[in-house]
Design a protein around this ligand. Structure first.
Ligand code: MN
Ligand code: MN
Length: 466
Protein backbone atom coordinates (compact mmCIF):
# COMPACT_ATOMS: atom_id res chain seq x y z
CA UNK A 1 0.00 0.00 0.00
CA UNK A 2 1.22 3.45 -0.94
CA UNK A 3 2.07 5.85 1.87
CA UNK A 4 -0.58 8.33 0.71
CA UNK A 5 -3.21 5.63 0.41
CA UNK A 6 -2.39 4.35 3.91
CA UNK A 7 -2.78 7.86 5.33
CA UNK A 8 -6.11 8.38 3.61
CA UNK A 9 -7.39 5.03 4.84
CA UNK A 10 -6.25 5.78 8.37
CA UNK A 11 -7.90 9.19 8.28
CA UNK A 12 -11.12 7.69 6.98
CA UNK A 13 -11.37 4.64 9.22
CA UNK A 14 -9.72 5.50 12.51
CA UNK A 15 -10.72 8.01 15.14
CA UNK A 16 -8.82 11.28 14.93
CA UNK A 17 -9.74 13.13 18.12
CA UNK A 18 -7.70 16.29 18.36
CA UNK A 19 -6.54 18.45 21.21
CA UNK A 20 -8.92 21.41 21.29
CA UNK A 21 -6.04 23.81 20.64
CA UNK A 22 -5.49 22.05 17.29
CA UNK A 23 -9.08 22.77 16.27
CA UNK A 24 -10.70 26.12 15.42
CA UNK A 25 -10.98 28.04 18.70
CA UNK A 26 -11.98 31.61 19.53
CA UNK A 27 -9.57 32.14 22.42
CA UNK A 28 -10.80 35.66 23.21
CA UNK A 29 -14.37 34.39 23.55
CA UNK A 30 -13.13 31.51 25.69
CA UNK A 31 -11.32 33.90 28.05
CA UNK A 32 -14.33 36.21 28.31
CA UNK A 33 -16.54 33.22 29.10
CA UNK A 34 -14.11 32.00 31.78
CA UNK A 35 -13.97 35.47 33.39
CA UNK A 36 -17.73 35.30 33.78
CA UNK A 37 -17.45 31.80 35.20
CA UNK A 38 -14.86 32.82 37.80
CA UNK A 39 -17.11 35.70 38.93
CA UNK A 40 -20.03 33.22 39.17
CA UNK A 41 -17.93 30.93 41.37
CA UNK A 42 -16.80 33.77 43.63
CA UNK A 43 -20.39 34.96 44.10
CA UNK A 44 -21.82 31.51 44.78
CA UNK A 45 -19.83 29.33 47.15
CA UNK A 46 -22.93 27.61 48.52
CA UNK A 47 -26.10 26.40 46.80
CA UNK A 48 -28.06 29.33 48.29
CA UNK A 49 -25.55 31.93 47.12
CA UNK A 50 -25.29 30.25 43.73
CA UNK A 51 -29.08 30.19 43.36
CA UNK A 52 -29.25 33.89 44.27
CA UNK A 53 -26.55 34.76 41.72
CA UNK A 54 -28.39 32.69 39.10
CA UNK A 55 -31.60 34.65 39.72
CA UNK A 56 -29.68 37.93 39.51
CA UNK A 57 -28.11 36.99 36.17
CA UNK A 58 -31.41 35.66 34.80
CA UNK A 59 -33.37 38.78 35.75
CA UNK A 60 -30.71 40.93 34.11
CA UNK A 61 -31.42 38.98 30.90
CA UNK A 62 -35.18 39.45 31.04
CA UNK A 63 -36.28 36.34 32.98
CA UNK A 64 -39.35 36.84 35.17
CA UNK A 65 -40.41 34.82 38.22
CA UNK A 66 -42.84 32.11 37.18
CA UNK A 67 -46.27 32.36 38.78
CA UNK A 68 -48.60 29.38 38.49
CA UNK A 69 -51.24 29.94 35.86
CA UNK A 70 -49.48 32.77 34.05
CA UNK A 71 -50.03 32.81 30.29
CA UNK A 72 -46.89 31.85 28.42
CA UNK A 73 -46.10 32.21 24.76
CA UNK A 74 -43.11 31.53 22.55
CA UNK A 75 -40.14 33.68 23.53
CA UNK A 76 -41.22 34.11 27.17
CA UNK A 77 -38.47 33.63 29.74
CA UNK A 78 -39.31 32.51 33.26
CA UNK A 79 -37.58 31.11 36.33
CA UNK A 80 -38.65 29.49 39.55
CA UNK A 81 -36.52 29.48 42.67
CA UNK A 82 -37.14 26.32 44.66
CA UNK A 83 -36.77 27.52 48.27
CA UNK A 84 -33.72 29.60 47.35
CA UNK A 85 -31.61 26.46 46.91
CA UNK A 86 -32.38 25.27 43.40
CA UNK A 87 -33.48 27.12 40.27
CA UNK A 88 -35.57 26.10 37.26
CA UNK A 89 -35.48 28.29 34.16
CA UNK A 90 -37.35 28.04 30.88
CA UNK A 91 -37.25 29.85 27.57
CA UNK A 92 -40.55 28.96 25.90
CA UNK A 93 -39.98 27.62 22.39
CA UNK A 94 -41.80 27.98 19.07
CA UNK A 95 -43.05 24.41 19.17
CA UNK A 96 -45.59 23.00 21.57
CA UNK A 97 -44.31 21.26 24.68
CA UNK A 98 -46.01 18.19 23.18
CA UNK A 99 -42.87 18.09 20.99
CA UNK A 100 -40.73 17.84 24.10
CA UNK A 101 -38.27 20.17 25.81
CA UNK A 102 -34.48 20.49 25.58
CA UNK A 103 -33.32 20.18 29.17
CA UNK A 104 -29.91 20.70 30.77
CA UNK A 105 -29.68 19.61 34.40
CA UNK A 106 -26.70 20.41 36.61
CA UNK A 107 -26.26 20.70 40.37
CA UNK A 108 -25.12 23.67 42.43
CA UNK A 109 -24.34 21.96 45.75
CA UNK A 110 -20.72 20.99 46.38
CA UNK A 111 -18.93 18.91 49.02
CA UNK A 112 -18.31 20.93 52.17
CA UNK A 113 -18.49 20.91 55.98
CA UNK A 114 -21.89 21.69 57.49
CA UNK A 115 -22.21 22.82 61.10
CA UNK A 116 -23.87 20.34 63.44
CA UNK A 117 -27.12 21.46 65.12
CA UNK A 118 -25.26 21.94 68.43
CA UNK A 119 -22.00 23.19 66.97
CA UNK A 120 -20.42 25.53 69.51
CA UNK A 121 -18.10 24.29 72.26
CA UNK A 122 -14.97 25.18 74.18
CA UNK A 123 -12.02 22.92 74.88
CA UNK A 124 -8.70 23.92 76.45
CA UNK A 125 -9.84 27.55 76.31
CA UNK A 126 -10.31 27.43 72.55
CA UNK A 127 -13.74 27.76 70.88
CA UNK A 128 -14.82 25.48 68.04
CA UNK A 129 -17.70 24.63 65.72
CA UNK A 130 -18.38 20.93 65.25
CA UNK A 131 -19.05 19.94 61.63
CA UNK A 132 -20.67 17.09 59.73
CA UNK A 133 -19.27 16.71 56.25
CA UNK A 134 -21.61 16.92 53.27
CA UNK A 135 -20.86 14.77 50.22
CA UNK A 136 -17.83 12.65 49.47
CA UNK A 137 -14.70 14.28 50.84
CA UNK A 138 -11.18 13.07 51.51
CA UNK A 139 -10.97 14.39 55.06
CA UNK A 140 -7.22 14.92 55.10
CA UNK A 141 -7.62 17.61 52.40
CA UNK A 142 -9.79 19.84 54.58
CA UNK A 143 -7.36 20.57 57.43
CA UNK A 144 -4.98 23.55 57.63
CA UNK A 145 -6.67 25.56 54.89
CA UNK A 146 -8.47 28.89 55.41
CA UNK A 147 -12.24 28.43 55.51
CA UNK A 148 -15.24 30.74 55.38
CA UNK A 149 -18.75 30.21 56.65
CA UNK A 150 -21.96 30.97 54.76
CA UNK A 151 -25.61 30.22 55.23
CA UNK A 152 -28.66 31.24 57.13
CA UNK A 153 -29.96 31.14 60.66
CA UNK A 154 -33.76 31.06 60.66
CA UNK A 155 -35.18 32.46 63.88
CA UNK A 156 -38.25 31.02 65.60
CA UNK A 157 -40.41 33.74 64.03
CA UNK A 158 -39.25 32.75 60.55
CA UNK A 159 -36.82 35.63 60.04
CA UNK A 160 -33.90 34.44 57.96
CA UNK A 161 -30.56 35.89 59.00
CA UNK A 162 -27.84 35.56 56.35
CA UNK A 163 -24.42 34.68 57.75
CA UNK A 164 -21.12 35.45 56.07
CA UNK A 165 -17.93 34.98 58.04
CA UNK A 166 -14.73 35.23 56.06
CA UNK A 167 -16.28 36.01 52.68
CA UNK A 168 -15.36 39.68 52.56
CA UNK A 169 -11.98 41.31 51.92
CA UNK A 170 -9.94 41.50 55.13
CA UNK A 171 -12.39 39.24 56.99
CA UNK A 172 -11.07 36.77 59.57
CA UNK A 173 -11.13 33.12 58.48
CA UNK A 174 -11.66 29.82 60.24
CA UNK A 175 -9.39 26.78 60.17
CA UNK A 176 -9.24 23.10 61.13
CA UNK A 177 -5.90 22.29 62.71
CA UNK A 178 -3.78 19.17 62.16
CA UNK A 179 -0.99 17.43 63.98
CA UNK A 180 2.59 18.59 63.54
CA UNK A 181 4.94 16.08 61.86
CA UNK A 182 7.06 15.95 65.02
CA UNK A 183 4.17 14.27 66.85
CA UNK A 184 2.50 12.69 63.84
CA UNK A 185 4.45 9.45 63.63
CA UNK A 186 1.54 7.19 64.63
CA UNK A 187 -1.04 9.16 62.64
CA UNK A 188 1.28 9.00 59.62
CA UNK A 189 1.08 5.20 59.59
CA UNK A 190 -2.72 5.21 59.23
CA UNK A 191 -4.48 4.92 55.87
CA UNK A 192 -5.54 8.26 54.36
CA UNK A 193 -9.22 7.45 54.88
CA UNK A 194 -8.87 7.03 58.65
CA UNK A 195 -5.97 9.28 59.61
CA UNK A 196 -8.27 12.29 60.05
CA UNK A 197 -11.43 11.17 61.89
CA UNK A 198 -14.61 13.09 61.01
CA UNK A 199 -15.02 14.18 64.64
CA UNK A 200 -11.73 16.09 64.48
CA UNK A 201 -13.03 18.30 61.67
CA UNK A 202 -13.80 21.11 64.10
CA UNK A 203 -13.43 24.74 63.08
CA UNK A 204 -11.26 26.91 65.30
CA UNK A 205 -13.24 30.06 66.19
CA UNK A 206 -11.49 31.96 68.92
CA UNK A 207 -9.14 32.03 71.86
CA UNK A 208 -9.77 35.35 73.62
CA UNK A 209 -11.65 34.95 76.93
CA UNK A 210 -14.37 37.20 78.29
CA UNK A 211 -14.95 38.04 81.97
CA UNK A 212 -12.91 37.19 85.06
CA UNK A 213 -10.46 34.34 85.37
CA UNK A 214 -12.66 32.58 87.95
CA UNK A 215 -15.33 32.03 85.27
CA UNK A 216 -15.50 29.03 82.93
CA UNK A 217 -16.53 28.79 79.28
CA UNK A 218 -15.20 32.27 78.70
CA UNK A 219 -14.00 31.79 75.13
CA UNK A 220 -17.23 30.13 74.03
CA UNK A 221 -19.21 32.99 75.55
CA UNK A 222 -16.96 35.55 73.88
CA UNK A 223 -17.56 33.94 70.47
CA UNK A 224 -21.32 33.72 71.09
CA UNK A 225 -21.33 37.39 72.04
CA UNK A 226 -19.60 38.33 68.78
CA UNK A 227 -22.17 36.29 66.85
CA UNK A 228 -24.98 37.91 68.83
CA UNK A 229 -23.60 41.40 68.21
CA UNK A 230 -23.33 40.77 64.48
CA UNK A 231 -26.37 38.59 63.82
CA UNK A 232 -28.63 38.88 66.86
CA UNK A 233 -28.59 35.11 67.37
CA UNK A 234 -28.25 32.96 70.48
CA UNK A 235 -26.89 29.43 70.89
CA UNK A 236 -30.33 27.81 70.57
CA UNK A 237 -30.78 29.42 67.15
CA UNK A 238 -28.17 27.03 65.68
CA UNK A 239 -30.94 24.42 65.86
CA UNK A 240 -32.63 26.01 62.85
CA UNK A 241 -29.58 27.07 60.89
CA UNK A 242 -27.88 25.93 57.71
CA UNK A 243 -24.28 27.02 58.01
CA UNK A 244 -21.73 25.70 55.56
CA UNK A 245 -17.96 25.94 55.87
CA UNK A 246 -16.30 26.20 52.49
CA UNK A 247 -12.70 26.87 51.41
CA UNK A 248 -11.83 30.57 51.47
CA UNK A 249 -10.45 32.46 48.52
CA UNK A 250 -11.37 33.25 44.96
CA UNK A 251 -11.10 31.29 41.74
CA UNK A 252 -7.84 31.90 39.88
CA UNK A 253 -6.02 30.97 36.71
CA UNK A 254 -3.70 27.99 36.97
CA UNK A 255 -0.52 27.47 35.01
CA UNK A 256 2.04 29.80 33.48
CA UNK A 257 -0.06 29.71 30.33
CA UNK A 258 -3.25 30.49 32.30
CA UNK A 259 -4.95 27.63 30.49
CA UNK A 260 -6.74 26.28 33.56
CA UNK A 261 -8.89 27.49 36.44
CA UNK A 262 -8.45 26.49 40.08
CA UNK A 263 -11.34 26.95 42.50
CA UNK A 264 -13.59 25.41 45.09
CA UNK A 265 -16.86 24.03 43.69
CA UNK A 266 -16.19 23.31 40.00
CA UNK A 267 -18.29 20.19 40.71
CA UNK A 268 -20.79 21.10 39.51
CA UNK A 269 -20.93 24.85 39.12
CA UNK A 270 -18.74 24.55 36.02
CA UNK A 271 -21.59 22.71 34.26
CA UNK A 272 -24.28 24.75 36.03
CA UNK A 273 -22.75 27.94 34.66
CA UNK A 274 -22.43 26.45 31.17
CA UNK A 275 -26.09 25.36 31.22
CA UNK A 276 -27.24 28.72 32.58
CA UNK A 277 -25.08 30.98 30.41
CA UNK A 278 -25.99 29.07 27.26
CA UNK A 279 -29.67 29.57 28.07
CA UNK A 280 -29.26 33.27 28.86
CA UNK A 281 -27.25 33.76 25.66
CA UNK A 282 -29.90 32.35 23.29
CA UNK A 283 -30.31 35.08 20.67
CA UNK A 284 -33.54 33.69 19.22
CA UNK A 285 -36.60 31.90 20.52
CA UNK A 286 -35.60 28.23 20.49
CA UNK A 287 -37.57 25.70 18.45
CA UNK A 288 -38.30 23.53 21.48
CA UNK A 289 -38.69 24.97 24.96
CA UNK A 290 -35.25 25.21 26.57
CA UNK A 291 -35.14 24.30 30.27
CA UNK A 292 -32.21 24.69 32.63
CA UNK A 293 -32.33 22.89 35.98
CA UNK A 294 -29.87 23.83 38.70
CA UNK A 295 -30.49 21.26 41.41
CA UNK A 296 -29.40 20.90 45.01
CA UNK A 297 -28.51 17.77 47.01
CA UNK A 298 -26.78 15.83 44.22
CA UNK A 299 -23.75 15.22 46.39
CA UNK A 300 -25.85 13.33 48.93
CA UNK A 301 -28.00 11.36 46.48
CA UNK A 302 -30.42 13.92 44.96
CA UNK A 303 -33.01 13.24 47.65
CA UNK A 304 -34.87 15.98 49.45
CA UNK A 305 -37.24 18.72 48.47
CA UNK A 306 -34.60 20.65 46.50
CA UNK A 307 -32.93 17.58 44.96
CA UNK A 308 -33.45 16.20 41.45
CA UNK A 309 -35.71 13.45 42.78
CA UNK A 310 -38.08 16.08 44.18
CA UNK A 311 -41.46 16.58 42.50
CA UNK A 312 -40.54 20.27 42.25
CA UNK A 313 -39.21 19.63 38.74
CA UNK A 314 -42.28 17.64 37.65
CA UNK A 315 -44.55 20.33 39.10
CA UNK A 316 -42.75 23.09 37.21
CA UNK A 317 -42.89 21.15 33.94
CA UNK A 318 -46.53 20.22 34.57
CA UNK A 319 -47.37 23.89 35.10
CA UNK A 320 -45.63 24.89 31.86
CA UNK A 321 -47.38 22.06 30.00
CA UNK A 322 -50.77 22.92 31.47
CA UNK A 323 -50.48 26.43 30.02
CA UNK A 324 -50.37 24.74 26.60
CA UNK A 325 -52.93 22.05 27.34
CA UNK A 326 -50.28 19.35 27.06
CA UNK A 327 -50.05 16.36 29.44
CA UNK A 328 -46.58 16.43 31.03
CA UNK A 329 -46.07 12.73 30.24
CA UNK A 330 -46.37 13.54 26.54
CA UNK A 331 -43.74 16.27 26.95
CA UNK A 332 -41.36 14.04 28.91
CA UNK A 333 -41.38 11.13 26.47
CA UNK A 334 -40.29 13.45 23.65
CA UNK A 335 -37.84 15.50 25.70
CA UNK A 336 -34.08 15.27 25.80
CA UNK A 337 -31.93 15.92 28.85
CA UNK A 338 -28.24 16.55 29.11
CA UNK A 339 -27.26 15.60 32.63
CA UNK A 340 -24.50 18.16 32.93
CA UNK A 341 -22.04 17.02 35.54
CA UNK A 342 -18.29 16.86 35.80
CA UNK A 343 -16.23 13.78 35.09
CA UNK A 344 -12.78 12.71 36.27
CA UNK A 345 -9.92 14.04 34.15
CA UNK A 346 -6.99 11.72 33.50
CA UNK A 347 -4.26 12.36 36.05
CA UNK A 348 -0.88 10.94 34.95
CA UNK A 349 0.22 10.66 38.59
CA UNK A 350 -2.49 8.09 39.26
CA UNK A 351 -2.57 6.38 35.88
CA UNK A 352 -3.41 3.00 37.42
CA UNK A 353 -6.99 3.96 38.30
CA UNK A 354 -7.77 5.13 34.76
CA UNK A 355 -8.24 3.16 31.57
CA UNK A 356 -6.44 5.47 29.23
CA UNK A 357 -8.37 4.56 26.07
CA UNK A 358 -11.61 5.65 27.74
CA UNK A 359 -10.45 8.41 30.03
CA UNK A 360 -11.35 12.11 29.77
CA UNK A 361 -8.47 14.42 28.95
CA UNK A 362 -7.96 18.13 29.55
CA UNK A 363 -8.47 20.20 26.39
CA UNK A 364 -10.33 17.50 24.48
CA UNK A 365 -13.67 19.14 25.16
CA UNK A 366 -16.88 18.17 26.87
CA UNK A 367 -16.83 14.60 28.14
CA UNK A 368 -19.84 12.46 27.24
CA UNK A 369 -20.55 9.54 29.56
CA UNK A 370 -22.96 6.90 28.33
CA UNK A 371 -23.12 5.56 31.86
CA UNK A 372 -21.73 6.26 35.30
CA UNK A 373 -22.32 4.00 38.31
CA UNK A 374 -20.20 1.14 39.66
CA UNK A 375 -20.01 -2.66 39.75
CA UNK A 376 -21.18 -3.36 36.21
CA UNK A 377 -22.97 -0.02 35.57
CA UNK A 378 -25.14 -0.38 38.67
CA UNK A 379 -26.77 2.94 39.51
CA UNK A 380 -26.47 4.26 35.94
CA UNK A 381 -29.21 5.10 33.47
CA UNK A 382 -26.93 3.83 30.63
CA UNK A 383 -28.07 5.96 27.70
CA UNK A 384 -29.14 4.19 24.52
CA UNK A 385 -27.11 4.45 21.32
CA UNK A 386 -29.81 6.59 19.69
CA UNK A 387 -29.44 9.25 22.39
CA UNK A 388 -25.65 9.28 22.08
CA UNK A 389 -25.95 9.54 18.29
CA UNK A 390 -28.27 12.52 18.69
CA UNK A 391 -25.80 14.41 20.87
CA UNK A 392 -22.91 13.49 18.58
CA UNK A 393 -24.76 14.92 15.62
CA UNK A 394 -25.74 18.16 17.39
CA UNK A 395 -22.21 18.70 18.73
CA UNK A 396 -20.50 17.88 15.42
CA UNK A 397 -22.85 20.15 13.48
CA UNK A 398 -21.95 23.01 15.86
CA UNK A 399 -18.19 22.20 15.79
CA UNK A 400 -18.12 21.45 19.53
CA UNK A 401 -15.07 19.55 20.83
CA UNK A 402 -16.22 16.44 22.67
CA UNK A 403 -14.84 13.13 23.89
CA UNK A 404 -16.61 9.98 25.00
CA UNK A 405 -15.33 8.71 28.30
CA UNK A 406 -15.67 6.61 31.41
CA UNK A 407 -14.76 7.77 34.88
CA UNK A 408 -12.01 5.24 35.60
CA UNK A 409 -11.06 1.60 35.29
CA UNK A 410 -13.89 -0.91 35.60
CA UNK A 411 -14.24 -1.78 39.30
CA UNK A 412 -11.82 0.98 40.36
CA UNK A 413 -14.72 2.87 41.92
CA UNK A 414 -17.54 4.90 40.47
CA UNK A 415 -20.01 7.67 40.94
CA UNK A 416 -23.48 8.90 40.05
CA UNK A 417 -25.21 11.98 38.69
CA UNK A 418 -28.79 13.18 38.27
CA UNK A 419 -29.00 11.32 34.92
CA UNK A 420 -30.90 8.33 36.23
CA UNK A 421 -33.52 10.49 37.94
CA UNK A 422 -34.25 12.23 34.64
CA UNK A 423 -34.18 8.99 32.66
CA UNK A 424 -36.55 7.39 35.19
CA UNK A 425 -39.04 10.12 34.27
CA UNK A 426 -39.07 8.77 30.71
CA UNK A 427 -36.76 11.49 29.41
CA UNK A 428 -33.91 10.41 27.09
CA UNK A 429 -30.82 11.46 29.04
CA UNK A 430 -27.08 11.55 28.50
CA UNK A 431 -24.33 12.56 30.91
CA UNK A 432 -21.91 15.21 29.71
CA UNK A 433 -19.59 17.57 31.48
CA UNK A 434 -16.23 19.10 32.13
CA UNK A 435 -13.26 16.87 33.11
CA UNK A 436 -11.93 17.85 36.55
CA UNK A 437 -8.62 17.18 38.32
CA UNK A 438 -8.76 16.69 42.12
CA UNK A 439 -12.55 16.39 42.06
CA UNK A 440 -14.22 16.99 45.45
CA UNK A 441 -11.04 18.54 46.86
CA UNK A 442 -11.23 22.00 48.45
CA UNK A 443 -9.46 23.28 45.34
CA UNK A 444 -10.31 21.61 42.03
CA UNK A 445 -8.82 22.27 38.60
CA UNK A 446 -10.42 22.39 35.14
CA UNK A 447 -9.22 23.41 31.67
CA UNK A 448 -10.67 26.62 30.24
CA UNK A 449 -11.12 25.06 26.84
CA UNK A 450 -13.33 22.30 28.24
CA UNK A 451 -15.44 24.84 30.15
CA UNK A 452 -16.01 26.84 27.00
CA UNK A 453 -16.75 23.83 24.79
CA UNK A 454 -19.28 22.60 27.36
CA UNK A 455 -21.03 25.96 27.14
CA UNK A 456 -21.01 25.75 23.33
CA UNK A 457 -22.40 22.24 23.50
CA UNK A 458 -25.26 23.29 25.79
CA UNK A 459 -26.10 26.18 23.51
CA UNK A 460 -26.17 23.89 20.48
CA UNK A 461 -28.58 21.56 22.27
CA UNK A 462 -30.92 24.36 23.32
CA UNK A 463 -30.85 25.65 19.74
CA UNK A 464 -31.40 22.23 18.12
CA UNK A 465 -34.39 22.18 15.78
CA UNK A 466 -35.42 18.67 16.79
MN1 MN B 1 -21.25 16.44 40.32
MN1 MN C 1 -19.63 15.43 43.02
Amino acid sequence: MENKEFKELKERLLSTKKNGYDRPLDEAAMEAYCDGYKAFLNAGKTERLCAAETVRLAEARGYRPYVRGMALSAGDKVYLSNRGKAVLLAHIGEKSLAEGAQIAAAHIDSPRLDLKPNPLYEEAELAYFKTHYYGGIRKYQWVTIPMELHGVVVLRDGTSVPVNIGGGPGDPRLVITDLLPHLGAEQGKKPLATAIPAETLNLLLGSRPLGGEEESGRVKLAVMKLLNDKYGITEDDFASAELEAVPAGDACDIGLDRSMIGAYGHDDRVCAYAALKALLDLEKTPARTAVCVLADKEEIGSDGVTGMQSAAFDTFMEDLCEAQGVPVRVCFERSFCLSADVTAAYDPHYADVYEKRNAAYFNYGVGLCKYTGARGKSGASDADAETVAYVRRVFDDAGVAWQITEMGKVDAGGGGTVAMYMANRNIATLDAGVPVLSMHAPFETVAKLDCYETYRGMKALYEAKS
